[in-house]
Design a protein around this ligand. Sequence first.
Ligand code: SF4
Length: 389
Amino acid sequence: MDAGLKRELEEKVYAGERLTRADGEALYASDDLAWLGRLAHHRRTEKNGDRVMFNVNRHLNLTNVCTASCAYCSFQRKPGEKAAYTMRVEQAVEKALEMKDEQLTELHIVNGLHPTLPWKYYPRVLRALKEALPDVSLKCFTATEVQWFEKISGLPADEILDELIDAGLASLTGGGAEIFDWEIRQQIVDHACHWEDWSRIHRLAHQKGLRTPATMLYGHIEEPRHRVDHVMRLRELQDETGGFVVFIPLRYQHDFHDSADGIVRNRIQAKTTMASPAESLKTFAVSRLMLDNFDHVKCFWVMHGLSVAQLSLNFGVDDLDGSVVEYKITHDADSYGTPDTMHREDLLTLIQDAGFQPVERNTRYEVVREFDAPMSLADRRREPQQVWA
Ligand code: SF4
């Protein structure tokens, strides 16, 4: 990038001006990672100071049986396949109750598109979970699943959402977004939910008072311009509804060997390498800079490892995905050395050691509890700091 353009972009960022599509693409073209981090950190600090949010949550997948075969997905199983499972309502409750420790505030539930489960199963599970765990917020279902419920029930999303909300739904999840650009999307996604339906369902959820996350799957066959296009669409929708609480760039996981049956389900593996940590940090930074109307950018540490998660806090991220005991979709693929569990205390240490103040939040990003800011730099120098691996 030439010095003139660099200066121009810097001036725009420091003046708080909205960046254009061309600006986003220019930022991705820069290899000056420290510079990108500085700009993103400026924007992040303006919005969130030195606070880093987290929540104490658990992931639950009711079924891995799915009619679709998305090219990147190692989670899905076909009916009758080894390791295919579907939880009965009581099993889901039993599983959730096992996770009840350490003041859980949120259950995150996403599932395969099961071919024969009736639509009524889903509100029934939500009601049973809400009865068993009344203080836990239920963040459930991707827009893809909601569209699937439309198909299997014959009901419009409007009525589907009303019933789910009545059963206890607090938020949709941000999944199913992947990459909205059709050229790329048709090569990796194997279901009928594309930008038009994804945005329709989130818009509807926002109209009903839900606040939802938005994701982007990056580091596969897309190019930086597709990532810019993705966040531009989200920015426009956010201008309209204001209902998104956070943006979550999800790193595509490449190495998809299923340890149970040895089948490699990832059909784009030969064409892909996975984003490097530097590319991930760049993606966090550019996303933070482009999405001026999103309050938060999240790093889902399971996909990055703890070192990159900690570094991401200097590249625009101000939210770490919480305390996860089981996360099947990624850990079926590969654990990348990340631990299976991460508890409140681990997160506090990780955030404070990076120089930020931890703030526990709920699903709607309301503050549950503020923790101490990190010790002073002088104190920090006296003590060896933990290195997260
Ligand atoms: S990403 Fe979701 S919809 Fe696609 S195959 Fe996997 S479980 Fe099914």
